[in-house]
Design a protein around this ligand. Structure first.
Ligand SMILES: C[S@@+](CC[C@H](N)C(=O)[O-])C[C@H]1O[C@@H](n2cnc3c(N)ncnc32)[C@H](O)[C@@H]1O
Length: 243
């Protein structure tokens, strides 16, 4: 895939760097100690628990993490890494599908997540694989306590980034789609903002990934003014039930 779509490596690095910066941010500015990483993929650039618990730039503290992927080979590899580098009573991998209405029951059945405490839900570079991603995401958001966070990064046609009508961009997306055997929905800024609906965006809002709090990062060497991926972090502020 990288031979056909060399930009993919830079995007993957930008994406992992964004996740690292967001986890650092939460370590410095929140009490969140629970993470659910949906579409976690292969843990290139470090698992979330490694960043939260070991990164020298973070307020290191034990965290509970449930990693989810619907690709069994990813899950099996992730489990083998967790067996070596994880802590069984806090970190686990499950094979589950984001679109499954019972996914949250599966998450709670792991016993790693306390439903009465805030959770950071990560959907990093995965919602573009889902055709109607808003419905399942809203169902999960409703289950989370006030004080929870949502992280999203997504392929976009927003300004300065990919355009669905640009033939070069379109062919890159086609290569990505063929090589992952999944739908890739290049969405507009407005469509991506809808994922955060009802939650309070954390500054600087939804931006090209290199522009999201670069001060929380080691330099990644990528141009900061152009990315096909945008991302953001939002907080649930409404006082309400968790279930
Ligand atoms: C591009 S990778 C992103 C990996 C990781 N989140 C990151 O930011 O580096 C997307 C992952 O989402 C997973 N995925 C795709 N559709 C999914 C679904 N419906 N439910 C759960 N995982 C899914 C894929 O198997 C893949 O591992």
């Amino acid at each position: 895939m990288l031979r056909l779509f060399p930009e993919g490596a830079a995007l993957a690095r930008q994406n992992r760097s964004f996740v690292r910066r967001a986890v650092r941010f939460l370590g410095a500015h929140s009490d969140v100690r629970q993470f659910v990483d949906i579409g976690s993929g292969y843990p290139t650039g470090g698992h979330v628990h490694e960043i939260a618990e070991k990164d020298p730039l973070v307020n290191r503290r034990p965290v509970h993490v449930v990693y989810i992927d619907n690709d069994l080979s990813v899950v099996e590899f992730g489990r083998s890494l967790l067996a070596e580098y994880g802590t069984a009573d806090r970190h686990t991998y499950i094979c589950g599908d984001f679109r499954d209405p019972d996914l949250w029951k599966q998450v709670l059945a792991t016993g790693r997540i306390d439903p009465d405490k805030p959770v950071c839900l990560l959907a990093a570079s995965m919602l573009h694989f889902i055709e109607d991603a808003w419905t399942p995401l809203e169902a999960i958001k409703r289950r989370l306590c006030a004080g929870s966070y949502l992280l999203v990064s997504h392929v976009t046609d927003a300004e300065g980034a990919a355009s669905e009508t640009d033939p070069q961009d379109r062919s890159a997306v086609d290569v990505y789609t063929q090589s992952t055997a999944h739908y890739v929905g290049v969405r507009s800024r407005e469509q991506i903002e809808r994922f955060f609906h009802g939650w309070q965006m954390i500054e600087p809002g939804l931006v090209p990934l290199p522009e999201w709090r670069p001060e929380m990062s080691e330099p990644v060497g990528e141009p900061a003014d152009h990315s096909r991926l945008v991302g953001g972090l939002a907080r649930k502020v409404r006082i309400g039930g968790c279930h």
